[in-house]
Design a protein around this ligand. Structure first.
Ligand SMILES: [Zn+2]
Ligand SMILES: [Zn+2]
Length: 240
């Protein structure tokens, strides 16, 4: 069943029983009605067109009169511009998402020792800044003046190898010249003298007798890394 009803009765020329004359009249009547309708419709749309206010083109920002209510750009050129902009934004988003996924992947692949290295980097950097200007703890050489990226090392009193539980202990690590740290095996005897001056004999003896086993999870290492990163930034800020 055809439920669509024509708004205007279209003359059925084929089944008209009154012959060609009636059919001709009906056709001409209908054509007149149709012409009237077209006129009204076009008036309507012209009226609608006039109602559209000027707006600013989204791309070139000049004022224009839109042909359609949702038209956002003034020209084909600007439409291409907006499409390219959209494309660029989409690409940027894709790149960001890929980078994020890669980072997650890298984090998953990271070994425990890499987490230790990262935490150690932040810790050592903080120690070098903390001791800036103090000189080598073992020999007094002025390595502190160029501590940042300079000649000073963050030297551990009890070495990271033999006392891994103290590798992030601030009492156990001080600015030291490269010579003492790397070529004189830490210059430990003189380190001890310098260390007593800085933190006192009691604290030094506590360090020497500390045998607490080191049990650090990945989360602990990430935490240590973030703590020393923050401490470094705060110290840098307060140093001016
Ligand atoms: Zn434009
Ligand atoms: Zn030294």
């Amino acid at each position: 069943m055809n439920s669509r009803k024509p708004q205007q009765d279209i003359p059925n020329l084929l089944t008209s029983q009154d012959g060609a004359t009636t059919a001709g009249t009906e056709l001409s009547n209908w054509t007149t009605t149709l012409a009237g309708c077209t006129e009204v419709c076009s008036q309507k749309s012209e009226k609608g067109l006039k109602q559209l206010k000027q707006k600013k083109c989204k791309v070139c920002k000049t004022l224009f009169t839109p042909n359609k209510p949702l038209q956002a750009v003034c020209s084909v050129q600007c439409a291409v511009g907006i499409a390219e902009k959209k494309k660029a934004l989409e690409h940027a988003k894709e790149r960001r998402e890929t980078a994020k996924a890669d980072k997650v992947k890298r984090e998953k692949l990271k070994t425990r020792s890499e987490y230790v290295q990262e935490a150690q980097y932040e810790f050592n950097r903080y120690i070098r800044l903390r001791d800036k200007g103090k000189g080598c703890i073992s020999c007094g050489t002025d390595c502190g003046a160029t501590a940042i990226g300079g000649s000073g090392d963050a030297g551990h009193f009890r070495s990271r190898g033999s006392a891994p539980h103290l590798r992030f202990d601030e009492r156990n690590c001080h600015l030291q010249c490269k010579k003492c740290n790397r070529y004189l095996a830490g210059n430990v005897a003189n380190y001890r003298i310098g260390l007593i001056e800085r933190i006192g004999l009691k604290a030094v003896e506590e360090l020497e007798s500390d045998q607490t086993p080191a049990k650090r999870s990945i989360a602990d290492l990430q935490f240590i890394k973030s703590v020393f990163k923050i401490k470094y930034k705060e110290l840098e800020k307060s140093n001016g």
